[in-house]
Design a protein around this ligand. Structure first.
Ligand SMILES: *Cc1c(COP(=O)(O)O)cnc(C)c1O
Length: 424
């Protein structure tokens, strides 16, 4: 890697007009104390910056590119759609085509609607769930991220069932008064809360495998309890599969674990690299939406034809027999070898399918309190050492890394060698 002079200049120029120089905070690389990357283009597993450096990417646009960056089939489908017209604000058939493909993967999404981001998907799903149940309370788990809607920016409070303060300025206290935060993987706390307040809960939302506190898989007991307790109390169970959908299997975490939520949100992969996400679920819940029902939700660019084309092209490839088995085998082999490298070094690996996080920690974290105990300075050194070796890992201790179809065994060999050197 060279000195990245162009990136430094680009960042200065960006900072003059864009807050922090970025359009999403983590890109500023503050947590790892280095100049952000400015990308010129990407192909397969490689990103190229404007200083002509080439990096093996493990962020993959936060898990979007399970097929690899800039794949011909997807890029061509999108380009063709652009040439026909990139938006109409009027119905297109592509929306129904992609909706059917999503439903094929997620049979629990009997009806679904497209939006432009994961944030919109979770926000809309929660509104419908509240409209359907006529209740207000939303239960979420500490360390789970569901986008940046006001009532979801709550993470603090490890004690059981605390009505929380927002974790962002600019969110009035009142906006979060119906959001209850519980610790992830704590079945007892969940049971206790539902025993006392279950009948007031509109919805329980969770990442079925947490990825936004670093990868933290659920225990089977915990995941089953989310289904059992919401069913018993008439609350809507929402799986936020914005990351795990089309990632942990074609049908996401719910297929992998055999648990059927009432509602699901998907994003990232489903738009094939364009802004698209979806929320859906039981027909009787989704039919609460306008124009059928009283719950309002809309979007100028929702179901955008370019995003639909890219999504269709992506899902068609993911459906190929053996796609997930082959990729998961490669990921399991990678993780098994990685375990050996980190043994006895106060580094722990959490992984699920093709998602993984290396925690600079005293043990494998199972919840947010435990992931927060990680040594972030050590992580920052590791990140920069990897960058020096031409590898861009996700730039925070609290994020996942993603293996794509383009991460060949040869590339993964090189990465393992680099991790070994980097942590020395
Ligand atoms: C990324 C993410 C979101 C938010 O999606 P955006 O498209 O960034 O708004 C919501 N939930 C989960 C689980 C995510 O990983």
């Amino acid at each position: 890697m060279n000195e990245r002079k162009n990136s430094k200049l680009a960042f200065e120029r960006a900072c003059n007009v864009i807050p922090g120089g970025v359009n999403s905070p983590v890109r500023a690389l503050k947590a790892v104390g280095t100049t952000p990357l400015f990308v010129s283009h990407a192909k397969d597993t490689y990103i190229y910056d404007i200083d002509d450096n080439k990096f093996i990417d493990f962020c993959m646009s936060w898990g979007v590119f399970i097929l690899g960056h800039n794949q011909d089939t997807v890029s061509k489908a999108a380009a063709e759609a652009v040439m026909r017209g990139s938006s109409y604000g009027i119905c297109t058939e592509a929306e129904t085509v992609l909706a059917n493909k999503v439903r094929e993967a997620f049979p629990s999404m009997e009806k679904l609607r497209f939006v432009n981001s994961g944030t919109e998907a979770t926000m809309s799903a929660i509104r419908v769930a509240r409209g359907y149940t006529g209740r207000d309370i939303l239960v979420k788990f500490e360390g789970c991220y569901h986008g940046h809607a006001d009532h979801l920016l709550v993470a603090a409070g490890s004690s059981v069932a605390t009505l929380n303060n927002a974790s962002s300025a600019g969110v009035p206290q009142g906006f979060t008064q119906y959001t209850v935060v519980l610790p992830y993987n704590d079945t007892e706390a969940l049971e206790k809360y539902f025993a006392e307040h279950g009948d007031e809960v509109a919805a329980l939302i969770l990442e079925p495998v947490a990825c936004n506190m670093g990868v933290v898989p659920p225990t089977r007991e915990f995941l089953e309890a989310t289904r059992r307790l919401t069913s018993a109390h008439g609350s809507v169970l929402i799986f936020d599969e914005v990351i795990t959908g089309f990632r942990l299997s074609f049908g996401g975490a719910q297929q992998r674990f055999g648990i059927k939520p009432d509602m699901t949100t998907v994003g990232k992969i489903v738009g094939g690299g364009f802004p698209a996400a979806a929320f859906g679920g039981k027909k009787e819940i989704m039919d609460m939406l306008a124009p059928e029902g009283p719950v309002y939700q809309a979007g100028t660019l929702s179901g955008n034809p370019v995003a639909m084309a890219a999504g269709i092209a992506t899902l068609d490839q993911l459906k190929q027999p053996g796609f997930y088995d082959e990729l998961e085998e490669r990921a399991n082999d990678f993780c098994a070898r990685l375990e050996k490298i980190i043994e006895g070094k106060d580094i722990y690996l959490n992984h699920c399918g093709t998602m993984f996080t290396l925690f600079f920690n005293q043990k494998n974290p199972t919840n947010f309190q435990e992931t927060k105990a990680s040594d972030q300075e050590r992580f920052a050194r590791y990140f920069n050492n990897m960058l020096e070796r031409g590898i861009y890992v996700s730039p925070s201790q609290f994020e996942g890394n993603f293996i794509s179809r383009c991460h060949t065994p040869e590339i993964l060999d090189y990465v393992l060698k680099s991790i070994e050197e980097s942590i020395e």
